[in-house]
Design a binder for this molecule. Structure first.
Ligand code: S3P
Length: 431
């Protein structure tokens, strides 16, 4: 991986070419987790070899699962629902909220004790949102400092199904409950206020779980026999988003991103680009491993500001930092509301996006649940504080492409969390 700590802005040429982004992070995590508790081999092609998904592999190895790796193929030798062994060490989820929350659901159903921890960002993120429903199911979980934050200890217990209404639309919460539901007696249901990404339902169903879906309510039956399978992971739309934004805002550009997952619970950014007036075309639409995929081409466009709020938010929550960059160069005002979840991501993204875009000259006002951005102010290079947040770093790199002067980063190595080759890909298509 090349770590670039500087981007020279406003070069004369455009961004032109084809990009293949790494595998989807959410799907890669799930393939390893579900493969581990299925019987037999799960072969994963296109696995995202970034720090977050490596944390999932490492945790499952500590739990006794043999995982083989070669190039972009990972083979998980699953041992069935009750095949995991007690870990001799604290399970370290690194920066990965998905690893932490999903694995908590699995560990709640085990006959051994587990201890879970992560980095300084993980230790600030709300875990009460999983502790509460898992405890209602009978799980014995304590946050070691009694504050609903990592580190957590999970003790053996017997679980029973619940019918839970979650106050937040969160795929991590939904998935933790459904995974615990595999070990719980009876049926388990989760109802969300708005539907979050549905990779868990799709993939667990393909592994053999009995899943029912009724609007925003998902149900799962206990003790299924999950069978290992082959999974091809599509390119991550959240990683593609940086190139879609760059192709739209850098003059004289045309970028095609191949093989991008366009699951409707993830593809809100495509709707936003269209509504902002962006020239975007989806071709070669197909289904791979139960997930819709397409090749996406964007061309430089005159964007205009829009309002983004309501039910679309979960489908683009991770793309809001780069959408804010597009909004900064768009004509008129963009308002983002109903996105208070931004406050509890890898960094407080309302604060960190506002601070960095302001440093570059943007007109941006934070709100408790989003921000208002008045576009059209010329951006200039600045010193970016990434707060070790991968999506913030990559979004500000995109802003740096159209800024006057040089944009530098205190630490851009965090891109390794979801897109180890990000700076190489950027360099390849920049004239
Ligand atoms: C994810 C769910 C989302 C998303 C995160 C990945 C997942 O988080 O922001 O990057 O893979 O389930 P929440 O469940 O907290 O909304």
């Amino acid at each position: 991986m090349t770590v670039i700590n500087q981007i020279e802005g406003n070069k004369s040429g455009g961004m032109n070419g084809t990009v293949i982004v790494p595998g989807d992070k959410s799907i890669s995590h799930r393939a390893v987790l579900f493969g581990s508790i299925a019987e037999g081999k799960t072969e994963i092609d296109g696995f995202l070899n970034g720090a977050d998904c490596r944390s999932t592999i490492s945790c499952m190895r500590h739990l006794g699962i043999n995982i083989e790796e070669s190039e972009a193929r990972v083979i998980v030798n699953g041992k069935g629902l009750f095949g995991l062994d007690k870990s001799e060490t604290v399970l370290d989820t690194g920066n990965s909220g998905t690893t932490f929350r999903l694995i908590s659901g699995i560990l709640s159903g085990q006959e051994f004790e587990s201890h879970l921890d992560g980095d300084s960002s993980i230790r600030k993120r709300p875990m009460g949102r999983i502790i509460k429903p898992l405890t209602m199911m009978g799980a014995k979980i304590k946050s070691e400092n009694n504050n609903d934050l990592a580190p957590l200890s999970i003790c053996p217990s017997s679980l029973h199904g619940i019918d839970y209404k979650t106050p937040v639309a969160s795929a991590q919460v939904k998935s933790a409950i459904l995974l615990a539901g595999l070990y719980a007696d009876g049926e388990t249901y989760v109802t969300e206020p708005v539907k979050s990404r549905d990779h868990t339902e799709r993939m667990l169903g393909a592994f053999g779980a009995n899943i029912s879906i009724n609007g925003n309510r998902v149900g799962i039956s206990d003790h299924p026999s999950l069978k290992g399978m082959k999974i091809t992971v599509p390119g991550d739309i959240s990683s593609a988003a940086y190139f879609l934004a760059a192709g739209l805002i850098v003059p004289n550009s045309c970028i095609t991103v191949l093989n991008v997952g366009i699951n409707p619970t993830r593809s809100g950014i495509i709707d936003v680009i269209k509504e902002m007036g962006g020239n975007i075309v989806l071709e070669n639409k197909r289904i791979e491993s139960g997930e819709p995929v397409a090749d996406i081409t964007v061309r430089t466009s005159a964007l205009h500001g829009i309002d983004i709020s309501g039910d679309i938010i979960p489908a683009l929550i991770d793309e809001i930092p780069v959408i804010s960059v597009m909004a900064s160069v768009a004509d008129g005002t963009t308002t983002i509301r109903d996105a208070s979840e931004l406050r509890v991501k890898e960094s407080d993204r309302v604060k960190t996006v506002t601070e960095n875009l302001r440093a570059m000259g943007a007109d941006i006002e934070p709100h408790e649940d989003g921000m208002t951005i008045i576009g059209g102010r010329p951006l200039h290079g600045a010193y970016i504080h990434t707060y070790k947040d991968h999506r913030l770093a990559m979004s500000m790199a995109v802003a740096g492409l159209i800024a006057d002067g040089v944009t530098s980063f205190d630490d851009s190595s965090c891109v390794y969390v979801s897109y180890p080759g990000f700076f190489e890909s950027l360099k390849k298509i920049r004239k």
